[in-house]
Ligand binder design. Structure first.
Ligand SMILES: Nc1ncnc2c1ncn2[C@@H]1O[C@H](COP(=O)(O)OP(=O)(O)OP(=O)(O)O)[C@@H](O)[C@H]1O
Length: 260
């Protein structure tokens, strides 16, 4: 596997409403690897991911894909390389799961005759084949998340940008859908709150705090007891893919004691 990054984030700063929410952040995403974006609420993970799928423009710095600046790609060209699963989703009025998947394929110029089959395959992958033609507004939260996942899997971009992809998903689908992205050998940059899942899937994790990158490396090297204590305010240790709590949850005023 080449060591060259497929995606590079260089000295990025992002303001929202005049406030700096990402500061001087640089990060290299390697081809075919799973990169986890970690950090407490408000750390800036979504803000950073929004730049990657072009929903936000940075105030400084740039994102490069295959060595070419994001600004040199047209939005359509960019979306053919970088696909996103975002928090919240879009308007559903009158749409079915099959429509939602097909809309993604249309945006990517997939020929009409291939769209139907690709849609069916993707809905099958996420276990929604029996609800393909139902009103999407009637889906449960998890079913809707699986529907958007199907849209992305059908398009199968070179880089998957996943913002809290396991939101609403039961354990079976959390594992099944992340396994599917891994099985495809695609590059992924994924925000996680579940540190066990991050440890299971990520080759590299990047820990954010207050808009800055504060640590990065292999999950077991980054997610030490000290890091959990300082950045998540929990006293725990990562054992394999599980987080084992050693003591009570800490509040903001708890004195930080040395981890044993
Ligand atoms: N449109 C906006 N207007 C004002 N503030 C915003 C806006 N979008 C984000 N922010 C602020 O930017 C900060 C970073 O938010 P962001 O959603 O990137 O964090 P996050 O790490 O993804 O958090 P979470 O884990 O809670 O999803 C937060 O303090 C948030 O309130």
């Amino acid at each position: 596997m080449s060591d060259e990054p497929i995606l590079e984030i260089c000295d990025l700063s992002v303001d929202v409403g005049g406030q700096p929410y990402v500061r001087d952040l640089s990060l290299r995403v390697k081809r075919g690897q799973f990169h986890g974006l970690l950090g407490p609420n408000g750390a800036g993970k979504t803000t950073l991911l929004r730049v990657l799928y072009r929903a936000l423009r940075p105030q400084a710095g740039e994102v490069r894909l295959h060595g070419r600046a994001q600004s040199e790609y047209s939005p359509i060209e960019w979306s053919r390389h970088v696909g996103a699963l975002v928090q919240g989703g879009g308007l559903l009025a009158g749409l079915t799961p099959a429509d939602i998947v097909e809309i993604g394929l249309t945006m990517r110029d997939i020929p009409c005759e291939k769209r139907r089959e690709a849609t069916q395959d993707a809905l099958q992958l996420v276990g929604l084949q029996d609800k393909a033609n139902q009103d999407a507004e009637s889906l449960s939260g998890g079913e809707l998340q699986r529907c958007y996942f199907a849209q992305l899997l059908a398009c199968d971009p070179e880089v998957y940008v996943l913002d809290e992809p396991t939101n609403h998903l039961d354990l079976h689908y959390q594992l099944r859908l992340l396994d599917e992205v891994r099985r495809r050998g695609r590059t992924a940059i994924v925000s996680f709150h579940d540190l066990g899942l991050a440890a299971r899937y990520c080759d590299t994790v990047h820990l954010m705090q207050e808009g800055r990158l504060v640590a990065e490396g292999m999950p077991e090297d980054v997610l030490t007891r000290e890091v959990l204590y300082h950045h998540y305010r929990v006293d725990g240790v990562l054992e394999g893919h599980s987080l084992k709590l050693e003591g009570p949850v800490l509040d903001r005023t708890s004195p930080l004691q040395a981890a044993e």
